[in-house]
Design a binder for this molecule. Sequence first.
Ligand SMILES: *Cc1c(COP(=O)(O)O)cnc(C)c1O
Length: 364
Amino acid sequence: MKFNAVLDDIVSYEAGKPIELVVRDFGIESKDVVKLASNENPYGCSPKVQEAVSKIVANMALYPDDSMMNLKAALSKKFDVAENELVIGAGSDQVIEFAIHAKASKGSKILMNSITFAMYEIYAKQVGAEIVRTSSREHDLEEFYELYLEHRPEIIFICTPNNPTGDAIDAEALKSFLDKIDSETLVVVDGAYMEYTAFKDASKSVTPKELVSNYDNVLYLGTFSKAYGLGGMRVGYGIARPDIIKAFYKLRPPFNITTLTLEAATVALDDEAFVQECIAKNFDEMGRYNDFAATHGLEAIESFTNFVTLVFDEDRSASSLAQSLLEQGMIVRDLKGYGLNAIRVTIGTPAQNSRFFELAEVLL
Ligand SMILES: *Cc1c(COP(=O)(O)O)cnc(C)c1O
């Protein structure tokens, strides 16, 4: 059968290998499999979320509250933005989809970093848009600006901190960049890991409030999948001026967020102490990865997130290390597909990290 020609050019997104497949393919018991591949919070979510969700599991017959009243009120309070400046997606992924479908079409240009979150490209190609990429591994805003002048893209994606490299942009530099971009170009600032950055280095942290009140063309993205420990619930959000949000609402499927998810996210926002504790542990543990990298001659890119990217020199293959680890039940992300001889490892619990060092040590 023939399909829409735009699909010919799309390679479907490859998620980190799920625990279930490692159990099946390598005969390892699921309790012995460690997944450090998708940047989930290894401590899970707040116990208050589990309690709240278990109380409402009996109410699954009715459609969810499509106004998302409680979650919107909680986000609006947390970020000091108006409710009409908010859209909730089934993961911030869905908000990326709204942004691209709202703004781009066949032949539009979309500017992004050389190495960045894979979904920008996939959604862009769905509408037949052209991708323009910078050349440097980390975000170089000067190069972004040059390419902006040359190509006049419809959308610019800035992922800070960036996945899969972990580096973050200086907040002042980002604002100076945004000052130079015309108001017809949508700039998406993807802050999927911003909670980690805000903890580690305030000079690299931006808030949706400062972006939205100063720029009428910026969309900020946040998610509950990482620091909030709700990857399994699929919920994220976009914050922008009301006219942008209004356009996205024309693309949003009804009831895109489930009742359980709405409850989980609302309660999660209320337990900030839990999230901050997890983030503190994250950076304590990250120190062990930096030491490990130094001992074994690997480059650990300085990370403002909950993962660390370990870059290998030419004579050692990161892919074969990833494969050997996988066969022993340790799932990490091979970055070969991004053109890097590197692996990305999510910072786990102390025990999970010790297991990683123990297995990786004998392979290096
Ligand atoms: C994980 C991630 C997202 C979105 O995750 P959702 O689970 O769809 O909310 C978006 N951007 C980046 C850079 C990510 O790493």
